[in-house]
Structure formats: C-alpha cells, structure tokens
Ligand binder design. Structure first.
Ligand SMILES: Nc1c(C(=O)O)ncn1[C@@H]1O[C@H](COP(=O)(O)O)[C@@H](O)[C@H]1O
Length: 161
C-alpha cells in the first residue's frame, strides 16, 4: 500500500508528542512514514522532502514543531499537499509560541493548525485519516467505528475516583 501520510517533526524531542498522531494512524491502519526535518537545522532536507512529497505519493503531511515553529509553514510553502500543523508544547512559553508561529500564516499558504500538544497531535492523525477517507470507503468505515468506540467509552454520569 502506498504511504500517503508523512509525519515530520523538528526534533527527536518532538516524538513523544508526534507519536500520538502515529498511534491513531496505526489504529486506523493508515500507513505513514515519520522523519525529523527542520527548517532551521536541516533546511536542505526540508527542501528535498517538500519537492519530492507529491511524486512519492503523499496526500497529507502532519508537521509538528515547538518554539519558533517554522517547519509547518515552510513545508506548506514548498508543496501544495495539505499540511496539518501541530504546535508542540514548550517549557518556556507552554506552546503558545509554537501555536502562534504555526497558525498565523500569510494569505495564500495555509497550515491547518491543531491544538497544542498531545491532543493536537492525535487530532492531526484523525484529520489526516478524515481527508483520506473522503476517497477511501473502507477507511471511512474504520473511522466511523473508531468514533463510535470513543463515544461508547464516555460515561453518562460522572464517577467518583
Ligand atoms: N521549531 C523547530 C524547527 C523548525 O521549525 O524548523 N526545528 C526544530 N524546532 C524545534 O526546536 C525544539 C527544540 O529542539 P531540541 O529539543 O532538539 O533542542 C523542538 O520542539 C523542535 O520542534
């Protein structure tokens, strides 16, 4: 099966967050590859990744970064494949720095920006799956089952600890 989702992150230190996206894709049986790509530290790698993404068959890119999080926006400038941005939580500014860096794209080069941190990464996986499910009925069915399972796990009333 062709790998249609690329997960990229600015650093190894982002993986505990970005793994949440990978785990969702695993659950939904969506193949992906994961790579460390940094606009700041490995600009040539970013350039090559963006330039070859479409010919490699990618349909969605999930890009996570923290702090001066330029990676998602720079990737969106290099490819027209939709980029889903994940602001990684930071110690200094709690990830608000990452969020603002990713969300405030100039007109013409959007990044679909998720919430800060692990929940944002998980939602990025779900968003990528939702995009692919538009043209993949079997995936759409798996996604529906996933959502039904989540709904069923929510208690109707609050419980004491
Ligand atoms: N924001 C970026 C970019 C980028 O946007 O290109 N490259 C690395 N980083 C971020 O630097 C943080 C600290 O990285 P280290 O832990 O390696 O020092 C990470 O959250 C990474 O995403």
């Amino acid at each position: 099966m062709t790998t249609e989702v690329g997960i990229i992150m600015g650093s190894q230190s982002d993986w505990p967050t970005m793994r949440e996206a990978a785990q969702i894709l695993d659950q939904l049986e969506v193949p992906y590859d994961a790579a460390i790509v940094s606009a700041h530290r490995t600009p040539d790698r970013l350039w090559d990744y963006g330039k070859t993404a479409a010919e490699r068959g990618l349909k969605v890119i999930i890009a996570g970064a923290g702090g001066a999080a330029h990676l998602p926006g720079m990737m969106a400038s290099k490819t027209q494949i939709p980029v889903i941005g994940v602001p990684v939580q930071t110690k200094a500014l709690s990830g608000v720095d990452s969020l603002y860096s990713i969300v405030q794209m100039p007109r013409g080069y959007p990044v679909a920006t998720m919430a800060i941190g692990a929940a944002g990464a998980a939602n990025a996986g779900l968003m990528a799956a939702g995009i692919l499910a538009l043209s993949d009925p079997a995936l759409a069915a798996r996604l529906e089952t996933w959502r039904a399972t989540l709904s069923a796990s929510i208690p109707e009333a609050p419980q004491d600890d």
